[in-house]
Design a binder for this molecule. Structure first.
Ligand code: 13P
Length: 328
């Protein structure tokens, strides 16, 4: 009965393609536009996303695009909705359905992701308008005494309730528990926290009856904290990441699509390439946001005359990521 879900999940992670995360919230997208010197407006957020989506040959390296609610409801210049336009390009339309990470009650330095209220109805509506997969991001913070057991449990539980609702509505869940790079922690500490996070998430998914073969995991790579002063080579990152994944994930999971998390585009690609040298039960691909789109935003910076330059900048990041999957 779940064959259709399995097929979609397999398509999302099938070599040599990855998933483009273009689902920044209105707030995040607005501040990125502002930083790039682009006037903040719904029309400019729309024009930016249209520039990305219409990049020639995008479907060679991209299997799915994650959109925000705003984009999902907007139209392309030709009058088609974004999900229809994406579908027509041979790319699966996806929708971010969480409503953001809020302070966790009684532990204000930690976050809990919200958005479960009314989610069943929202999913039915998105699916009826073309969504084939969804995304929910949980944020785990490393710090003094953090993360707490409560933060791991509450976020994993919410991810599992979300994933079950997705599958009930024939939509593949991307399950994204992101252990942040912020902080001065070592790569070993990142490995320990990532493993504890993924074990808790997998336990909650199982308890909720979620079908792993119809699920894509979007984890962080295991890397040292940004302020640690520690350097890790791509081989070290790959070794640490793959051993955590092997310890925590069931073989039946459809695949793993990494977030970039604030790594430079080149670092993210080099780390992804090093991962491919390891033999794993699941395909390891990319679902980058910033590591794919930052150069495109800079090149375009809101000028209709620079759409081609923006698209070339996006393609110049999609291509090397896709190439490391081809050569796996
Ligand atoms: P980054 O690759 O920029 O971390 O974004 C991925 C994403 O989807 C965050 O939710």
């Amino acid at each position: 009965m779940n064959e259709a879900l399995h097929e979609t999940a397999r398509t999302m992670v099938s070599r040599p393609r990855g998933i483009l995360a273009a689902d920044e919230s209105i707030g995040t997208m607005s501040s990125r536009l502002e930083k790039a010197g682009v006037e903040v407006s719904a029309e400019n957020r729309r024009a930016y996303r249209e520039m990305l989506v219409t990049t020639p040959d995008l479907s060679r390296g991209i299997s799915g695009i994650i959109m925000s609610d705003e984009t999902f409801n907007q139209k392309m210049s030709d009058g088609n909705t974004f999900p229809l336009a994406v579908h027509n390009l041979g790319i699966l339309p996806g929708i971010k359905v969480d409503t953001g990470a809020k302070p966790l009650a009684l532990s204000p330095d930690e976050k809990i992701t919200e958005g479960l209220d009314g989610l069943r109805e929202r999913l039915k509506d998105y699916v009826s308008r073309g969504a084939r997969f969804a995304k929910w991001r949980a944020v785990i913070i490393i710090g003094d005494g953090l993360p707490t057991r409560n933060a791991l449990h509450a976020n994993a539980h919410a991810l599992a309730r979300y994933a079950a609702l997705c599958q009930e509505n024939w939509c593949v869940p991307i399950v994204e528990p992101e252990v942040l790079m912020d902080g001065d922690h070592t790569i070993e500490r990142c490995a320990d926290v990532t493993r504890a996070t993924l074990e808790e998430v997998m336990a909650q998914l199982e308890l909720a009856g979620v079908d792993f073969a119809g699920t894509v995991l979007k984890p962080n790579m295991v890397v040292p904290g940004k302020k640690s002063g520690q350097q890790a080579s791509p081989e070290e990152v790959a070794e640490a990441t793959v051993s955590v994944l092997r310890a925590a994930l069931p073989d039946s999971l459809a695949g793993v699509a990494f977030l970039s998390g604030g790594q430079s585009p080149e670092e993210a690609t080099a780390n992804l390439a090093a991962m491919q040298k390891h033999d794993t039960p699941w395909p390891l691909t990319f679902s980058f946001g910033r590591a794919l789109v930052d150069p495109a935003l800079k090149a375009w910076h809101g000028e209709a005359s620079l759409i081609k330059e923006g698209q070339q900048a996006l393609f110049s990041r999609v291509e090397p990521n896709s190439a490391v999957l081809v050569n796996a």
